[in-house]
Design a protein around this ligand. Structure first.
Ligand code: SF4
Length: 996
């Protein structure tokens, strides 16, 4: 008997059925089954198949037809679910049931079973939902999350592709079921190859007597022990396939690098050498497939090289397709390598994760290959991205005390990953789903006040320390703006000293810097603090509780014991008192602020409210505020006493003494930060700060936030960043306004530099925008401030889409207009069977973009987050509509404060701030249309202020194409149709593949 067959028998899986259903939607109560695919496996081999289309007796939604290919006419003659259900039950009998996200399929079957038997008892109780369908359920998604921690996507297609399983007809039931069956067998092999300690940890986390542990991991471990397979079995597991491709160092062994203290004098970069690199026969051409020489890229690179040579700051705007990342990385590496002895590494900062990953996993490897591996690059993230081994071990050893029942299951995807990861960077673990588990992840990271650095017993293996050490010894260090500005706020404690900086996506610099240099405070800031310090309910938790629990078994003498309990008592009392005073303040405060804001109206801008020194509510509640302040001081003293006492005790007086001592120090530091933030927000007395209240948009969230942000970020950037750098390059596709950089220099503090050359240049795109874009201004629509605007806009958009039938993205500046237009476009979209996606209604941004890409001729309505960073090349997007000029809301507190500040110094805030900000955002939005040389399409701006107001010229002059202004809708539609016709007639044969 082969091992797989033997193991399956041992797991009670001699026979099992893999099931996949196609349905009309996701809700088993409202939606129904349209196709069933089930495969019976016997001894690990496919034995029998059951498949049937099902007549849902209702129309199949269009997006389901697009996804599955199943049309109404395909199921018209198929049996109903009632007719086919008996056969399905016979096929399943009581055999174990396997699926990818198995509860989805199981809940549809369960619902139909209950409907037929007219019994919905306990249906809403998820623990008892599968009462009728009581057979063992095994989920390949659940197993993949644990066993494939480095796989970036865990959907069925991605896991199948990883194992090399053919899934040509994805989203057809029997094909998906077949792929799931093969995946299950592959996962079985990987599970068998786990070492026993890992399986043991998984069983502990799941609780040994739970159904999920007993169905798989408990018998698996028994089998391995019986067969004496206790270490990873290389014959059964190809380890290399589990080792991640993700890594945070490139060129780790490229050379031995020791920065010297001694400044040896700097060697200049030869700009001819830089130019040669890009030439058609140059080094870059040898590593980039279908390489094309781009003059603007070479020129930009030379300018940045000059900046490094001349200790200057370069501001470079580079249009789409210039290849700006390579244009700055090449001179940056050249500079760093030449001057390695003088410690001249270059920090590169990006705003978005996407760009960071593009740099590190695409552009730097290409540069590394072109330069034959003569440099080292490191990717560095903030502390909270890395697993702290000390914390991990602590939680795993003490899981009963430190994890709730629910958290134990959510930790499972970390178990194997924690053993195998080389980076400890949680970004590489898709199965953990960080976005949904941020609170849990906090338990596995080390705050600076907790981490003892070199004194930690895991120091030499520590992921964070290794990443920082690599960053200090690398030529290029890639970070994000958040880390860059946190480092600035902490006086370079993260990045160490550096002389050279490149800031990409620099148009976001002011916004990100303000966020990171300011503070936010709410009831939850306090709530999180107690949760970590001490909490009685809903369950006992927090460091003080851990301490009490551990003291039950300690070597303390009576005197020490009574003293430590006295100090614990003080902390608990202080914590209780502080909690009460904070609650007394926040409960009425939250309610009153929400009420006041609701009275002002519901739109987003009015949910933020600027306040000043002597804010009335705070004045009227001085006593409570003072109580909170005193409470924090007293609690701080109590924690301090307890922390010192614990640290002065003989080592190992009780279990986890060292960690508990460090947790107490971290809490002390947190409380100090809380005190500072409270003082800053409540007193609101710093004239260089802006203060505002923010009521969450979601009415279920009552938590009002206090914000305090520095007003003049430019001065801080000038003082703490640019004036101490030797050379820098700042780049983006949108930095200039009306072809000038004055606005950007002013907002970023570059115009305050007196003894440094700042050179600004615009590098055009290699794309032929004049031929690729038709830009129109719909002058016939009313002024967007006119109340008839939404109605007329919706009518025009319906006519436009009906006429062109192309992918259309509409970029809004507010949810209120987006919602109105969505409502008005919907009837026509439904009638035309067009997929209509709207932000806030159609899932996450990524899901919307993916659906938009996959569904030809659909319509996407997006607000703020769609104006930049969205990349949809090809025919999926050919109509880009900008209904209104993207002016910031002037009542927004931060905007209002910036405008006030301009007014106070005699300037004109509209022309000096509002217009240039809107121009930059307008350019960002405009840039969504053309992402590749082969793209073409139309931008339709519906705001007639572009053609009627003088400042409209600034917007149009900032774009790379000239605009046609239309006084009549028919003229616009006709000319557009003609333009598209000519484009398409002029294209010979097949369209070239879109380029990135
Ligand atoms: S050195 Fe600090 S971050 Fe690293 S494992 Fe130890 S405590 Fe955690």
């Amino acid at each position: 008997m082969d091992y797989r067959k033997e193991l399956l028998h041992h797991l009670g899986l001699k026979e099992f059925v893999v099931v996949d259903l196609e349905t009309t939607g996701l809700d088993p109560e409202k939606d129904t089954i349209i196709e069933i695919g089930a495969i019976l496996y016997r001894d690990g081999q496919e034995a029998e198949t059951f498949e049937s289309l099902v007549n849902p007796r209702r129309p199949i939604p269009d997006f389901i037809t697009r996804l599955t290919g199943i049309r109404d006419e395909d199921v018209a003659d198929a049996p109903t679910i009632d007719a086919v259900f008996g056969q399905l039950e016979d096929f399943l009998s009581d055999k174990p049931f396997v699926g990818h996200q198995v509860n989805f399929d199981a809940s549809f079957i369960e619902y139909q079973f209950r409907r037929i038997h007219q019994d919905f008892k306990n249906w809403d109780n998820t623990a008892q939902r599968f009462k009728y369908f009581g057979r063992t359920r095994l989920d390949t998604l659940f197993l993949a999350r644990i066993l494939l921690p480095f796989l970036p996507r865990l959907k069925l297609g991605a896991v199948a592709a990883y194992f090399g399983i053919n899934l040509e007809n994805a989203h057809r039931a029997v094909d998906d079921a077949r792929a799931t069956g093969q995946i299950f067998l592959e996962l079985l092999d990987r599970a068998l190859a786990l070492d026993n300690q890992i399986i043991d940890d998984i069983i502990h986390l799941l609780f040994a007597n739970s159904a999920r542990a007993r169905a798989f991991f408990v018998p698996l471990l028994q089998y391995k022990r019986e067969k004496k397979i206790d270490t990873p079995n290389k014959n059964l597991l190809d380890e290399s396939r589990l080792v991640q491709s993700y890594y945070n160092v490139i060129g780790e062994d490229a050379f031995s690098y020791t920065p010297q203290e001694q400044h040896r004098g700097l060697s200049k970069v030869d700009d001819q050498h830089i130019r040669a690199f890009y030439m058609p026969e140059g080094a870059l051409s040898r590593v980039v497939e279908n390489y094309e020489y781009r003059e603007e890229q070479a020129r930009m690179s030379q300018l940045i090289a000059d900046g490094f040579n001349d200790d200057a700051i370069v501001v470079a705007e580079a249009g789409t397709g210039t290849g700006k990342s390579m244009a700055y990385m090449m001179p940056a590496v050249e500079w760093a390598v030449r001057n390695r002895g003088a410690g001249q590494r270059v920090i590169i900062s990006t705003n978005t994760k996407n760009l960071q990953e593009q740099l590190f996993y695409k552009d730097i490897p290409a540069l590394f290959a072109a330069r034959k591996g003569d440099f080292k690059a490191a990717l560095l993230k903030g502390r909270s991205n890395y697993l702290c081994i000390d914390k991990w071990r602590l939680v795993m050893t003490d899981m009963n005390q430190r994890l709730s029942q629910d958290e134990r299951a959510r930790v499972l995807p970390l178990v194997l990953w924690a053993r195998r990861t080389r980076t400890g960077d949680i970004a590489e673990n898709a199965g953990f789903q960080l976005e949904n588990n941020r609170g849990l992840w906090q338990k596995f990271i080390a705050e600076s006040s907790y981490c003892p650095g070199k004194n930690c017993r895991f120091y030499s293996d520590c992921f964070l320390m290794k990443a920082r050490a690599h960053a200090r010894r690398a030529d290029l260090v890639v970070v994000n703006h958040a880390l860059l500005f946190s480092d600035l706020a902490s006086e370079n404690s993260i990045l160490g000293e550096y002389d050279n900086l490149v800031i990409d996506e620099a148009h976001n610099m002011e916004k990100t810097a303000a966020q990171h240099l300011g503070v936010r405070l709410s009831y939850w800031s306090f709530r999180n603090f107690y949760h970590r310090l001490y909490e009685d309910e809903p369950r006992k938790t927090g460091t003080v509780y851990q301490l009490e629990f551990r003291l039950a078994k300690s070597s303390l003498n009576e005197k020490q014991s009574s003293e430590i309990f006295r100090l614990i008592g003080k902390v608990k009392k202080g914590s209780l008192r502080m909690r009460q005073t904070v609650q007394q303040f926040y409960k009425p405060f939250n309610a009153e602020m929400r009420e006041q804001m609701m009275r002002k109206g519901q739109n987003l801008s009015e949910m933020r409210w600027r306040y000043h020194k002597n804010f009335r509510y705070f004045r009227d509640h001085e006593e409570e505020i003072e109580d909170i302040r005193k409470g924090m001081v007293q609690l701080g003293r109590a924690i301090n006493e307890l922390s010192e006492f614990v640290q002065d005790l003989k080592a190992d007086s009780f279990m986890f003494q060292d960690q508990i001592g460090r947790e107490l120090s971290a809490l002390q530091k947190d409380l100090l930060n809380l005190q500072e933030a409270w003082h800053l927000c409540i007193n609101a007395d710093r004239s260089d700060h802006v203060y505002w209240l923010e009521v969450p948009f979601n009415p279920r969230n009552v938590d009002v936030q206090l914000n305090a942000v520095p007003l003049k970020v430019a001065e801080i950037l000038h003082r703490n960043l640019f004036s101490r750098l030797r050379a820098a390059a700042l780049t983006s596709a949108t930095l200039s306004v009306n072809k000038r950089f004055d606005y950007f220099k002013n907002r970023s503090g570059l115009d305050l530099l007196e003894d440094k050359k700042v050179e600004g240049r615009i590098f055009g795109s290699p794309f032929d925008f004049e031929h690729q874009i038709h830009l129109s201004v719909a002058d016939f629509l009313p002024d967007p401030r006119n109340e008839t605007f939404p109605t007329q806009l919706a009518a025009f958009l319906t006519a436009l889409h009906r006429r062109e039938k192309r992918g259309m993205m509409i970029l809004f500046t507010s949810y209120s207009l987006l919602n109105t237009i969505h409502e008005r476009l919907k009837p026509a979209a439904d009638a035309d069977r067009v997929l209509l996606l709207a932000q806030g209604k159609s899932g996450s941004r990524n899901q919307m973009v993916q659906q938009f890409r996959e569904n030809r001729d659909s319509i996407l309505l997006g607000t703020d987050s769609f104006w930049e960073g969205v990349d949809i090349p090809g025919e999926a997007l050919q109509l880009l509509v900008i209904p209104k000029l993207p002016f910031d809301v002037p009542s927004d507190p931060l905007i209002a404060a910036r405008m006030d500040e301009i007014k106070e110094r005699g300037g004109n805030p509209f022309f000096e701030y509002s217009v240039p900000e809107a121009v930059i955002k307008f350019k960002q939005g405009f840039g969504r249309l053309i992402r590749a040389r082969s793209d073409y399409g139309a931008v339709i701006a519906c705001d007639n202020r572009l053609s009627r107001m003088r400042y409209g010229r600034q917007f149009l002059n900032s774009l790379p194409v000239s605009a046609q202004v239309y006084q009549q809708e028919t003229a616009l539609l006709d000319e557009l149709a003609q333009w598209f016709r000519e484009k398409e007639n002029g294209m010979s044969g097949e369209r070239p593949e879109p380029e990135k």
